[in-house]
Design a binder for this molecule. Structure first.
Ligand code: BTN
Length: 266
């Protein structure tokens, strides 16, 4: 990789406007997964706000045991160590809040529409542009921490995506029609995440629920999911205060609350 194209901490530093997130930066030209590294660092006491970032992942992880694949030196692949105070449901609720922050930052920066798909996807009208994987880990001694990993398709082009995703994935570059300055975008996204985290700590998910439901691309749509070995279909009716997706089955009085399921629209 051309050293001028790398997301080196020295380059990034000039673009960081944050107080907490990115206070410490660990950069790897290549690594298996930034979430894996961030978990290991946090287990060893790394403080809240530590940023782990890479230019290439060999084993990027996604939700529900999916993988996350991205070409070298083109996108944003990073993880943050967070140490929230005993917030129950933090993993799901912060995922929803952070996805609102990322979607809004993309729209503000580039002007294209970006929304969210429950619980952790960032979608545009042309396809998926990013995803969030938050993982809660209980360290030795019983104290928990959370690692929030974000993958954002920035400068990748159609042929960079795995064949199975080519019709369903898109990048900032494809939508904006120009090559994107990755360090600048990283600074913008981190600033949005920090503002989001501050608000989340003050006011909880309630501060994000209206925006989440407004940006929820599948709101009102018919979706399919598996529960207890059965394939079910229903209509999305927003999210509950605890972050569950509400889906009304045909004829059901009360919508079902989904927490761990993966929903699909086909
Ligand atoms: C998803 O869409 O299921 C979530 C994808 C999250 C991918 C990011 S890339 C950086 C960080 N490291 C990982 O291994 N995964 C997350």
């Amino acid at each position: 990789m051309d050293p001028n194209e790398m997301l080196l901490p020295s380059v990034l530093r000039r673009r960081l406007k944050t107080r907490l997130l990115g206070r410490r930066v660990y950069y790897y030209p290549e690594v298996d997964s930034t979430n894996r590294v961030a978990v290991d660092l946090a287990r060893c006491g790394e403080p809240e706000g530590t940023l782990v970032l890479t230019d290439y992942q060999t084993k990027g992880r996604g939700r529900a045991d999916h993988t996350w694949s991205s070409p070298p030196g083109k996108d944003l692949l990073f993880s943050l160590v967070l140490r929230p105070d005993g917030e129950p449901g933090f993993v799901l609720l912060s995922t929803l809040a952070f996805s609102v922050a990322v979607a809004e930052a993309l729209t503000e920066t580039f002007g294209f529409y970006a929304g969210v798909k429950w619980p952790n996807d960032i979608y545009t009208r042309e396809g998926k542009i990013g995803g969030i994987l938050a993982e809660r880990v209980v360290a030795a001694g019983g104290k928990a921490f959370v690692v929030v990993g974000i993958g954002l398709n920035v400068n990748s082009v159609k042929n960079d995506f795995p064949p199975a995703f080519r019709d369903r994935a898109v990048s900032c570059r494809v939508l904006a029609g120009r090559t994107v300055d990755r360090p600048a975008l990283m600074g913008t996204v981190l600033a949005a995440l920090e503002t989001c985290y501050d608000t989340f700590r003050d006011r909880g998910f309630a501060a994000f629920k209206p925006a989440y439901e407004r940006l929820l691309v599948i709101n009102g749509w018919r979706v399919w999911f598996d529960r207890s070995g059965r394939r079910l279909a229903g209509t999305v009716e927003g999210v509950q205060d605890d972050g569950a997706l509400l889906v009304r089955l045909g004829g059901g009085d009360e919508p079902l609350a989904l927490y761990n399921e993966t929903v699909s629209v086909e």
